[in-house]
Design a protein around this ligand. Structure first.
Ligand code: G6P
Length: 369
């Protein structure tokens, strides 16, 4: 009923707006800004086992798999350990090369996804050490792991995952930072800067949530679309995948996420005036290249919705709609860039009169194959 929704029309919107508070809970007792450090009990209890990992394999499904793709970039860049990200359903039947040198990270909001649980059991039987990143306390996956870190974002009711995704990315960021610090693969200044940056994310998210009304308006003009394309590079590539998945799940518009530079190898053929393209074009290392992708889209009459850094004037001139984001470190940007994409999917679905909390054919937790 209305009471559980806290005055919001849907659980999904409530859960989107809860994210600053959820991430504060997720970091509580783990990030200490006074001492500029991250402490995860899993890394204290199993320090030598985690430090000696030769390779990390992340297994997950759906939105949790997208969080895993961000986790790969974080762990590889901070810890210099090779990371593979596998769909749990493919991993479990793929005769995977996995053994005692590996740490398997299982990401699951519900902790009950059948494929992810089976992947964990298989990897455990082959001698890997299993670290879980889950939300539902005491669920099957955390019980099957050797150790883990709960994301502590509270129950997620909307079928389309929102706060669990940002909670997973937050835990993976803390894990990468704590492991890198223990291994000595991150410089002190960068470590401190990133810890402080992460601690500021909840406040930054509150800023970003102010785009709510603008996106509600904007969504109306895009309900006609039958296809959407989402583009991003680096840390923004998984954000593009997740933005596309949100739209597809609840509005039933076909949407694809792509690494921006791959556009020329296929998706560009689809671009015409009926094709909205959401582009994450903030001021990071790839800005100039992504900007030229936007020019290519505009040359084909595509309609561009751009996520830009606050104060951007160049992309703003050529895009059809612009959403500004506050500046943050590249590796923390997924946590802020995801929010407008969640809101866009939400409002497009609402404008189309769809059941956003319980989309057709989808289940909150998939306990069967
Ligand atoms: C279902 C849900 C998704 C979720 C996926 C994985 O498809 O609808 O929102 O991302 O399962 O679920 P998990 O609980 O393992 O994260």
């Amino acid at each position: 009923g209305q009471i559980e929704k806290g005055g919001y029309p849907h659980f999904m919107l409530k859960e989107i707006f809860e994210q600053p508070e959820c991430l504060t809970n997720c970091m509580r007792g783990r990030i200490n800004v006074d001492h500029d450090r991250v402490t995860l009990s899993a890394l204290i209890d199993y320090r030598s086992r985690l430090l000696s990992a030769k390779r990390i394999i992340i297994v997950a499904c759906g939105t949790s798999w997208h969080a895993g793709l961000i986790g790969k970039q974080l762990i590889e860049s901070f810890c210099r350990i090779p990371v593979e990200v596998e769909y749990a359903s493919e991993f479990r039947y793929g005769n995977p090369v996995v053994g005692s040198g590996d740490v398997v990270v299982a990401i699951s909001q519900s902790g009950e996804t059948a494929d992810t649980l089976a992947a964990v059991e298989l990897a455990k039987a082959k001698g890997a050490f299993i670290y879980g990143v889950c939300n539902a306390i005491g669920s099957s996956i955390p019980r099957a792991t050797d150790t883990g870190t709960y994301i502590h974002v509270g129950p997620e009711i909307g079928v389309a995952s929102t706060k669990a995704f940002t909670g997973q990315v937050t835990v993976l960021t803390m894990f990468a930072l704590a492991l890198a610090n223990a291994k000595g693969t991150v410089g002190h200044d960068e470590y401190v800067k990133t810890v402080r940056g992460l601690a500021e994310i909840p406040a930054m998210m509150k800023e970003v949530l102010k785009v709510n009304d603008k996106i509600a308006d904007m969504a109306r003009t895009f309900t006609y679309a039958r296809n959407f394309l989402y583009l991003g590079r680096g840390y923004s590539y998984p954000v593009a995948l997740e933005g596309a998945l949100k739209l597809k799940e609840i509005s039933y518009i076909h949407a694809e996420g792509y690494p921006a530079a791959e556009m020329k190898h296929g998706p560009i053929a689809l671009i015409d005036s009926d094709m909205p393209v959401v582009v994450i074009a903030t001021h990071n290392g790839m800005y100039e290249k992504v900007r030229s992708n936007i020019q290519e889209i505009k040359a084909r009459q595509g309609r561009v919705i751009a996520l830009v850094s606050k104060g951007d004037t160049t992309v703003s001139k050529i895009a059809d709609a612009v959403i500004e984001l506050p500046d943050t470190m590249d590796c923390l940007e997924p946590l802020v860039a995801t929010i407008p994409l969640q809101l866009l999917a939400y409002y497009v679905a609402v404008c189309k009169g769809k059941n956003v909390d319980q989309p057709r054919n989808l289940a909150k937790s998939v306990t069967v194959e």
